[in-house]
Design a protein around this ligand. Structure first.
Ligand code: RIB
Ligand code: CA
Length: 318
């Protein structure tokens, strides 16, 4: 039976890679995309999600999510990373389709409650929609199959500042709600995504050799490559597609379990701090909350091969 997935996303170049990757995997059924602010505004994220669905020729509903974080002010969009339009400033036509009339949070609740223990919730942007859904319908905790999110960093430096990764700092209050709620969560942070680099030649081979999906991704990756090169990375970090690889084969990752908190103020706002030593303390802010699965190691060659094979094999069937 196919794995039913909702992808909560702020497309975004690596988001587009993750969404197309999931779409090309026969054993994954994307039941919907829910959008969030982050790389771009939620309006733009919704337009980009609709564009991707139209490009895929797929029947996948898109539900627009939160415009701003739960508590803190909206941060500036990182157009220097993904371009002003979120797709590397490649000129694209307006989508002709429309998003659903219900919110992302309501779509998440509706799908999880109508399909108990069937929906995998994959979040690759700020976690505001997930926090809103949890607040509105706490029973999704017992009815979701699993939650996988890209975000945070346990031992690695952040990518916004030494403490914080982008998805976490964009809404730290929402992230702390998600990681302290009692539901099955796996965190895929910079500890692993910074170990997975797609070089320009790899991107060319995978994306040019595959179906239309590949050439679109090749076109929008140029901007993203230039950004990474400024920081001495000869390629792009594979953040969001790592969640789909985990869904397909968790054995590609080594996992630790522990309680995680997200700092919500001060210079380390957005920092994810994991209790990795279970016996050292008395009562702390990590006491009494559930443990997450946190990916700390990864078979980066295996992930790159899985991604490559999926796109290359798609050449004949889309
Ligand atoms: O830190 C990387 C994450 O922030 C990715 O999800 C990327 O798309 C941005 O949203
Ligand atoms: Ca993202």
């Amino acid at each position: 039976m196919a794995t039913k997935v909702i992808i909560d996303t702020d497309p975004g170049i690596d988001d587009a890679m993750a969404i197309l990757f999931a779409w090309l995997v026969p054993s994954i059924e994307i039941v919907g995309l829910t959008t969030i602010f982050g790389n771009v505004s939620v309006e733009h994220a919704t337009e980009n999600a609709l564009r991707l669905v139209e490009m895929m020729g797929a029947d996948i509903p898109v539900a627009m999510g939160a415009r701003r974080p739960l508590v803190q002010d909206l941060r500036e969009y990182p157009d220097y990373v993904h371009g002003k339009n979120g797709f590397g400033d490649v000129l694209l036509g307006k989508p002709t389709s429309k998003s659903l009339d219900i919110s992302a949070a309501d779509f998440i609740i509706e799908q999880i409650m109508n399909h108990p223990n069937e929906i995998s919730l994959v979040a690759i942007g700020p976690l505001t929609n997930l926090a809103l859904a949890l607040k509105k319908e706490p029973a999704i905790k017992q009815n979701v199959k699993e939650v996988i999110f890209m975000g945070g960093a346990v031992t690695a430096n952040g990518n916004v500042n030494p403490a914080a990764e982008a998805n976490m700092i964009s809404d730290p209050h929402a992230a702390d709600i998600v990681v302290t709620s009692d539901w099955p969560v796996t965190m895929i942070g910079l500890d692993v995504s910074h170990q997975i680099v797609m070089t320009e030649s790899y991107l060319k081979e995978v994306h040019n050799e595959s179906s239309f999906a590949g050439s679109f991704l090749h076109d929008i990756s140029g901007f993203y490559l230039d950004f990474h090169r400024q920081y001495g990375v000869d390629g792009i970090y594979t953040h969001d597609p790592s969640t789909i690889a985990y869904l397909m084969d968790p054995n590609l990752f080594s996992i630790e379990e522990g309680e995680v908190r997200v700092v919500t103020e001060g210079i380390a706002c957005g920092k994810t701090i994991m209790n990795r030593d279970q016996n050292k303390y008395g009562k702390t802010d990590w006491s009494g909350i559930p443990k997450l699965k946190v990916c700390m190691g990864v078979n980066n060659v295996g992930i790159l091969e899985l991604y490559r094979k999926t796109f290359i094999n798609s050449k004949d069937n889309v």
